[in-house]
Structures are given as structure tokens and as C-alpha cells.
Write a protein of this length. Structure first.
Length: 130
């Protein structure tokens, strides 16, 4: 009977572990949306970037960079934007072309995650002459 109890306890522990494993995986912070949106083509350059996450990002563990056709773009310091988001003002005007936001942050569990968001800014077209 003692062996049977240990066996049942082991099986129970394994089942509990298997049931809670997906919950633990989903508990990590993830990017839910962004502005500009991933793969967006904008008519005008944005003044700031905003990233929304599944949980509150830790500012102390956050870095955001923006690269474009001429390389790195100067950004101001990231700040909390409410609704579990980060706002990052763009410090210099953006030229037309393709851009990549690279972000790294962590949630309450301290687990760092990173990702990218691509977008582009259209070139302004001159009005047609008559």
C-alpha cells in the first residue's frame, strides 16, 4: 500500500505540473500591439512610438531603439503610457523609408523579452503640374 501511495503522489505531482505549465508560460509579458502597427505604411512620420504589453513593463529593464534608412534614430527616454504601454518620443524628424523598432523589456516576473516592429513612411509626392 505504501508503494501505491508514493506512486499515486508522483502521478498527481506530474499531472499538477502539466496542468500549470501552460499557465506559467502564458504569464510572461508579450507585445499585444503597437503604434505604428507592425508592417504599417504611414503617410506621415509619427512623433512617438507606443508599445502595449500583456502586463505592465518595467521601465528600469526597458530599452527601445529605432533604425531607419540612415541608421539609428535619436529617441527620447521611454516612459509609462498607461494601459500597460510604453511611449517613446522620436527626437528627430523621420525621412521616408523603412524603419525597425527593436524593444526589450520585462514584466513583474523579471523575465526579459524582446521583439521588433517594422513600419515604413511614404515619400511625399509633389502635386501634379498642369
Amino acid at each position: 500500500m505504501l508503494k501505491s501511495s508514493r506512486g499515486l503522489a508522483a502521478i498527481f505531482a506530474i499531472l499538477v505540473g502539466l496542468c500549470t505549465y501552460p499557465v506559467l508560460l502564458s504569464a510572461h509579458l508579450k507585445l499585444e500591439r503597437s503604434n505604428p502597427a507592425h508592417n504599417a505604411t504611414l503617410d506621415a512620420a509619427p512623433a512617438q512610438l507606443q508599445l502595449w504589453f500583456s502586463e505592465e513593463p518595467l521601465l528600469v529593464m526597458t530599452s527601445v531603439t529605432l533604425t531607419g534608412p540612415k541608421g539609428a534614430v535619436k529617441l527620447d527616454k521611454a516612459r509609462a503610457g498607461g494601459d500597460r504601454s510604453l511611449i517613446v518620443p522620436i527626437a528627430t524628424p523621420l525621412d521616408p523609408g523603412a524603419y525597425k523598432i527593436a524593444w526589450k523589456t520585462a514584466g513583474d516576473d523579471g523575465h526579459a523579452l524582446q521583439g521588433t516592429v517594422d513600419f515604413s513612411v511614404k515619400a511625399k509626392t509633389a502635386p501634379a503640374s498642369k
